[in-house]
Design a protein around this ligand. Structure first.
Ligand SMILES: Cc1cc2nc3c(=O)[nH]c(=O)nc-3n(C[C@H](O)[C@H](O)[C@H](O)COP(=O)(O)OP(=O)(O)OC[C@H]3O[C@@H](n4cnc5c(N)ncnc54)[C@H](O)[C@@H]3O)c2cc1C
Length: 425
């Protein structure tokens, strides 16, 4: 991370609410642009967050938003299985019902076509920025440019991935369909039972816990102020401006506010009269420190929806999307569903190897259309919102931070991002 000297807006004071990957990347580019940044977070710096235990994949391949054709019927089938990777936790909540109805309405091909280029561009921009950051920081977070396998256990799965890969090619992405011999040639160090894979060669992977730790230390060295174990409780406003941000009872008076509080952004936005339709999308991961075998590539099991990422010597397995799930409540059956899926494709890994491994859980901030909320709301002149990245917050983190900085320094017309409008619901 280069420590460029501030060039512009050196008098601009910015409060960033939330020190996850999106908040830290925003602080990084804001500081480079000369802003005086304070990051506020309810956690202690070493506490896990959604940004630490995830699968660390940087994914131009993920140009299809979560709300896509077939998701509703697949989701209903999966919900009948207690170990399935997708689940909506039922509860009597108007917000949840509205979210589900909006998700269903968005699960169309027209929606995919509307969002695909924005998602591709955000992920490709981030990939470029991750490479820049890794050059500046001696790649202390294991960034690997080997691509990602969408690994298929069945011919039906491979055919479906083939159709998505054909679409990816029309978007200019570098993807190749491989049969099992092709996969094994690239992965000689691990046993694989599959029919084949789509190999998205633009994708990368990294160790997200190392990335956010490195970024935090770098920002501290640059003079960014961190308020840890500090909660943003309230706002005071005047006209179209936020004048005060109250943190643990103490008011702060920034020139600009950046809202990057992940799934908690919804409640904070509500205090400012903004309706961010959002639900948590809970997932789990398990990390083996000494895995019996180590693949070279990250992979997603296309049918089982388990993600596998090598992180240096470690190997992380992640999965499940539990809409409306609560933080730190572990559902043993759903976790077992992740563990049971792995040996079907990677037979060297047995359930016993996961005994005693501490499960991590995180809440993805999920909008009902699979697109982030990124930009100004129509209500406030000094608030930029950056949240709702769902399963791609790590991947889109650096691009988001850069865009946030453009908005703060240049105003609302700095960028046009189709489908990311803050006031769209
Ligand atoms: C199993 C799993 C695997 C995943 N794999 C990937 C992957 O491979 N690639 C990818 O791109 N994404 C992945 N994701 C998604 C990714 O982890 C999230 O999109 C991302 O971490 C969201 O980052 P964030 O900064 O928006 O939110 P968070 O990391 O949740 O950060 C928000 C912060 O705001 C703080 N906060 C909340 N309220 C307040 C308040 N009132 N005052 C102050 N601070 C507050 C919180 O303490 C928190 O630290 C995965 C997620 C899961 C669960």
């Amino acid at each position: 991370m280069s420590s460029d000297s501030p060039t512009q807006n050196s008098s601009r004071r910015v409060v960033v609410i939330g020190g996850g990957v999106v908040g830290l990347c925003s602080a990084y580019y804001l500081t480079k642009a000369g802003a005086e940044v304070t990051v506020v977070d309810t956690r202690a710096p070493q506490d896990p967050s959604c940004s630490t235990g995830n699968n660390g994949m940087v994914v131009p391949s993920h140009f299809v938003p979560l709300a896509a054709p077939g998701m509703v019927s697949k989701g209903i089938k999966m919900m009948l299985n207690r170990r399935s990777p997708f689940f909506i936790r039922p509860r009597a909540s108007i917000d949840l019902i509205r979210w589900c109805l909006t998700f269903m309405g968005n699960s169309t091909q027209a929606h995919v076509e509307k969002c695909a280029t924005t998602l591709r561009d955000l992920n490709l921009e981030s990939r470029k920025l991750f490479l820049e950051i890794s050059n500046d920081e001696s790649n202390d977070f294991n960034l690997q440019k080997r691509g990602l396998f969408m690994m298929c256990a069945t011919q039906q799965g491979l055919d479906a991935e083939g159709a998505t890969a054909a679409y990816a090619k029309t978007l200019g992405l570098d993807v190749e369909m491989l049969d099992i011999a092709g996969v094994r040639a690239l992965e000689p160090n691990i046993e694989i039972n599959a029919v084949g894979a789509a190999h998205y060669r633009d994708d990368c992977h990294l160790a997200p816990d190392n990335f956010v730790e490195k970024l935090r230390l770098h920002l501290e060295a640059l003079g960014v102020k961190f308020l840890w174990k500090a909660k943003v409780e309230a706002f005071a406003t005047s006209g179209r401006k936020i004048t005060d941000v109250t943190v643990n009872g103490t008011p702060h008076q920034p020139d600009h506010v950046v809202l990057t509080a992940g799934v908690w952004s919804k409640e904070l936005a509500k205090k400012l009269g903004i309706n961010l339709m959002m639900q948590s999308g809970k997932g789990y991961s398990l990390t083996l420190d000494k895995p019996i075998a180590l693949p070279k590539h990250c992979a997603i099991l296309s049918e089982g929806k388990v993600a596998i990422t090598p992180m240096g010597d470690r190997l992380r397995f992640g999965g499940t999307m539990e809409i409306g799930g609560k933080k730190d409540v572990i559902d043993p059956l759903r976790l077992q569903g992740v563990i049971d899926t792995i040996p079907s494709v990677y037979p060297q890994f047995t359930a016993e190897q996961f005994e005693g491994v501490n499960p991590w859980n995180g809440l993805r901030p999920c909008s009902p259309d699979g697109m982030p909320y990124l930009g100004y709301s129509q209500k406030w002149d000094n608030l930029v919102v950056a949240t709702g990245h769902s399963m791609m917050g790590l991947s889109m983190g650096p691009a988001t931070g850069k865009i946030v900085t453009d908005f703060v320094t240049l105003g609302p017309s700095a960028r046009t991002l189709n489908g990311c409008e803050v006031d769209r619901y």
